[in-house]
Write a protein that binds this ligand. Structure first.
Ligand code: CA
Length: 229
């Protein structure tokens, strides 16, 4: 079974997560500090990451996990309703977040969804669109704008690949959640918006046009169906 690392210094929370995940068959490792977490990443498929740790910030662990493309997926355990932290975590490459207080069942469901996405990516068939200014290549997980490589997080890549699967079509936020996170999943609209915002910024930084990924007010998002722009 996949190995999950729980990085959390509050014993009651760590134990309730460990209990719920073990009961679901996961192999569990625990680390209550940044130092122990960094030493425990080897062989881990997913990290549940508290941001406020006694010897530093969970962001240090997130950076370490993101140093390699083969690094573990990360779900941030946000200790308060702090949008800035969550956006920063998503932009640093976290795959998802949950806000405390959360139910262990909710966390287990999110863990399953993130791992399912990771598994689906490995089995995905080739789907390149070489004549467009934005391209994605599913097998290699590479994306580019005007030939400039985009460094995307898993979620950003999956969002872009979804939008590019039907240029010009408007995807509602619910449809994007369904395609990217999996069905029946309680992702908020704001989560989608944060990921799209980060994706759009990277497209612009790589020389693309901010309007390539278009916001359709009150509905969702679409990618321009004009191959030139
Ligand atoms: Ca903490």
């Amino acid at each position: 079974m996949p190995r999950i690392l729980i990085v959390e210094d509050e014993p009651a929370i760590a134990e309730s997560l460990a209990y719920a995940l073990r009961r679901d068959g996961f192999d569990i490792a625990q680390a209550p500090t940044v130092r122990q977490a960094r030493a425990s990443l080897e062989g881990v498929e997913l990290v549940l990451l508290d941001l406020m740790l006694p010897d530093g910030s969970g962001f240090d662990v997130l950076h370490e996990a993101r140093r390699s493309k083969q690094g573990p997926a990360v779900i941030v355990l946000s200790s308060r309703d702090d949008e800035a932290d969550r956006v920063a975590a998503l932009e640093t490459g976290a795959d998802d977040y949950v806000t405390k207080p959360f139910s262990p069942r909710e966390v287990v469901a999110r863990v399953r969804a993130v791992l399912r996405r990771a598994g689906a990516r490995e089995e995905a068939p080739p789907a390149a669109a070489p004549d467009r200014c934005i391209t994605v290549d599913e097998p290699t997980r590479r994306a580019s704008v005007h030939g400039h490589a985009l460094e995307l997080t898993r979620v950003e890549f999956d969002l872009l690949a979804c939008l590019l699967s039907a240029p010009g079509r408007v995807f509602t936020r619910a449809q994007l959640i369904d395609r990217v996170w999996g069905d029946g999943f309680a992702i908020t609209d704001r989560t989608i918006d944060s990921h799209v915002k980060a994706l759009r910024r990277k497209v612009v930084d790589a020389g693309g046009d901010a309007n390539m990924i278009e916001t359709v007010r009150g509905v969702g998002y679409r990618i321009s169906d004009d191959p030139a722009g």
